[in-house]
Write a protein that binds this ligand. Structure first.
Ligand SMILES: *Cc1c(COP(=O)(O)O)cnc(C)c1O
Length: 507
C-alpha cells in the first residue's frame, strides 16, 4: 500500500516572490523606488511642453507592440519599459502651457504620501484593516466639515466628485422616499417617478447621470433659470419649487454649484438656501471645483450659505493640489449617512463596535487618499493652500483684464474662480467662422503638444477655455499660450481662405 505523502511543489517550480514588497525585500523596495523617482525626476527636468504630441496611430502602435503574454522581464526592465511608454507620452499638468481641464499640479507632501500609502496599501473600509488611518480620515472629514460650517458634520472620502454627487443624491432620494412613505405613499415604486432634482443648466453632468442611475424618471432633473453668468436664480428656484409642489411631485434635492465646471461661477448659496428652507428640501452643494475657497483668505465669502446645505461635494484633487484621487462627501447631520450602511457578517456585522468607514461609503475596499491631504496640511497649513487658490483666481482675473480690449480675443462672461472663456473674433470674421475655429484651434494645438486649451459651449456659443489651476504660472506664461492660440487661429483662417479660393476657382 503506498504511503500518503504530503504534496510538496519542488522549489524550482514555485513562484519567484522577489518582486513582492516584503520585509526581507526592503532594500530592493528602496532601490526600485529610487530608480523610478530618479527617472521621473530626469523627465520632469526635461519637460518643455505639456506632451509629446504623438499621433493616436503612433501611440496605438506602441501600446499594441507590447506582448502582455510574454514571460516576465523582471521589475527593473519592466519599469523602464513602462516609463518609456507612459511617461514619454503622458500629459504634464504642471507645464505652464497646460491650461485645459480641471487638473492641478500636485504638491510634494501629497506625492510623498501617495508613495507611502501605495507601499503600505491600507484599505480604509474596516477598522481592523486600517486602524490609525481610519482615525486620520475621520479627523480630516471633521476638519473639512468644520471649514464648511458643519460643526457636527460627518462624511467620507470618495473617488471623486462624480461619486460624491451620486452618494449625496442617493441619500437625498432615500430621505425623500422615507418622507413620502410616512406621508402615506403606497410604496417606493410609486414615489420614484415623482421625484425631481432642481439645478442649473451649468451644473455638472454627474447630477443628471446620478438621477438616471438612481432610477428617477427621464425628466427628473429640471434646469432652473440662471443669470447671465450661469448662476442659479433664487427667485426662479422658488418658483420652480412651488411648481413641482403644485404638480403633486416631490423635490428630492436642489443641487447648487460652487464653481461651475465651465465658468467657475458660484451660485448664490445663501439665497438658494433661503428658498430650500422655505420648501423644506435637501440642498446639496457641489463644490468639487470651488472647495478651494474653504481655505482662501480673500474669497471665502463666496461660499457664504454653504453651511446651510445638507450635503457638500469637495474635490481635493481639483482645488487642493492633490494627486488623483482625493475627494469627499460631507453631510451636516451624521445620521443622514446611515442610509448607505449595509452589513456583512464577514466584514462589518451590526454588533461590531469598531469605527468602520465602510458603513459610510459606496465603496468597500478603499484607498487611504486622506493621507495625502493630511501630509499637505501639515506641510503647508490651510493658509498655504489657500494662498495658492487665491493666486490662480488672481491670475484668471488678470487675464480677464488683460483681454478686456484685445482686438482679436473676446472674453466670454466672467468667473469667480480661475477659468477664462474666450473666442478668436477679429474684426471682419463672421461669427459662424469663429464658431468653426473653436474645435479646430483646440485640436491643432493639442496635436502640436505645445499647449493644451479646452473648448466648450456657453449659451449655444462655442468657446475656448483656459482652466488656470497652476499657482506657479504667471501672466506672461498665459500670454504665451494665448499667442499660440492667436497664431494658430490666424493660420487656420488663411488656410481656409486659400481653400475657399480653390473651390471658387474650380467652379
Ligand atoms: C469635476 C467636477 C465634478 C466631477 O468630479 P470628478 O472628481 O471628476 O468625478 C463634479 N462637479 C463639478 C462642478 C466638477 O467640476
Amino acid at each position: 500500500m503506498p504511503s500518503a505523502r504530503p504534496f510538496v511543489v519542488p522549489a524550482n517550480q514555485r513562484a519567484d516572490t522577489t518582486s513582492l514588497l516584503t520585509s526581507a525585500g526592503a532594500a530592493t523596495y528602496a532601490s526600485t523606488l529610487h530608480d523610478v523617482v530618479d527617472d521621473v525626476a530626469a523627465r520632469l527636468a526635461a519637460v518643455t511642453q505639456p506632451w509629446s504630441g504623438a499621433s493616436r496611430e503612433q501611440l496605438g502602435a506602441l501600446v499594441d507592440a507590447v506582448d502582455l503574454d510574454a514571460p516576465g522581464a523582471g521589475t527593473t526592465a519592466a519599469l523602464r519599459e513602462t516609463a518609456e511608454l507612459y511617461a514619454t507620452h503622458a500629459v504634464w499638468f504642471h507645464d505652464p502651457a497646460y491650461a485645459a481641464h480641471l487638473n492641478c499640479p500636485v504638491v510634494l507632501p501629497a506625492v510623498g504620501a501617495e508613495a507611502m500609502l501605495a507601499a503600505i496599501n491600507t484599505s480604509v473600509d474596516t477598522y481592523d484593516q486600517s486602524t490609525v488611518a481610519t482615525l486620520m480620515e475621520r479627523r480630516l472629514v471633521a476638519w473639512t466639515a468644520a471649514r464648511v460650517g458643519y460643526p457636527a458634520g460627518d462624511g467620507v472620502f470618495t473617488s471623486g466628485g462624480t461619486q460624491s454627487n451620486l452618494q449625496a443624491l442617493f441619500l437625498a432620494r432615500e430621505h425623500a422616499i422615507e418622507r413620502e412613505l410616512v406621508g402615506g405613499a403606497p410604496g417606493r415604486g410609486s414615489v420614484l417617478p415623482r421625484l425631481r432634482v432642481l439645478t442649473s443648466a451649468s451644473s455638472h453632468f454627474s447630477v443628471e447621470r446620478s438621477a438616471f442611475l438612481l432610477g428617477l424618471g427621464e425628466d427628473a432633473v429640471m434646469a432652473v433659470r440662471t443669470d447671465g453668468d450661469g448662476r442659479l436664480d433664487p427667485e426662479a428656484l422658488a418658483g420652480a419649487l412651488a411648481d413641482v409642489d403644485a404638480a403633486g411631485d416631490v423635490v428630492m434635492a436642489v443641487v447648487a454649484t460652487a464653481g461651475t465646471t465651465d465658468r467657475g461661477c458660484v451660485d448664490p448659496l445663501a439665497a438658494v438656501a433661503d428658498a430650500c428652507d422655505v420648501a423644506g428640501v435637501w440642498l446639496h452643494v457641489d463644490a468639487a471645483y470651488g472647495c478651494g475657497l474653504l481655505v482662501s483668505r480673500t474669497r471665502r465669502h463666496l461660499l457664504a450659505g454653504i453651511e446651510r446645505s445638507r450635503s457638500v461635494t469637495v474635490d481635493y484633487h481639483k482645488a487642493f493640489f492633490q494627486p488623483v484621487s482625493a475627494s469627499a462627501l460631507l453631510v451636516r447631520d451624521p445620521r443622514d449617512l446611515a442610509r448607505v450602511a449595509w452589513h456583512a457578517d464577514y466584514l462589518n456585522p451590526r454588533e461590531n463596535a469598531e469605527p468602520n468607514q465602510v458603513d459610510k461609503s459606496l465603496q468597500t475596499t478603499r484607498r487611504f487618499d486622506a493621507l495625502k491631504l493630511w501630509a499637505t496640511l501639515r506641510a503647508l497649513g490651510p493658509d498655504g493652500i489657500g494662498a495658492m487658490v487665491d493666486d490662480v483666481c488672481d491670475l484668471a482675473a488678470a487675464v480677464h483684464t488683460d483681454l478686456a480690449d484685445d482686438p482679436e480675443l473676446r472674453v466670454v462672461g466672467r468667473t469667480d474662480l480661475s477659468t477664462v472663456l474666450f473666442r478668436y473674433e477679429p474684426a471682419g470674421l463672421a461669427p459662424e467662422h469663429a464658431d468653426r475655429l473653436v474645435p479646430l484651434v483646440r485640436r491643432v494645438l493639442f496635436e502640436s503638444g505645445r499647449t493644451l486649451v479646452a473648448k466648450t459651449v456657453i449659451d449655444g456659443v462655442p468657446c475656448l477655455k483656459l482652466t488656470l489651476l497652476n499657482p506657479a504660472v504667471t501672466l506672461a506664461d498665459v500670454r504665451r499660450v494665448l499667442d499660440l492660440v492667436r497664431t494658430t487661429a490666424q493660420a487656420l483662417v488663411e488656410q481656409d481662405e486659400m481653400l475657399s479660393d480653390d473651390t471658387g476657382a474650380g467652379r
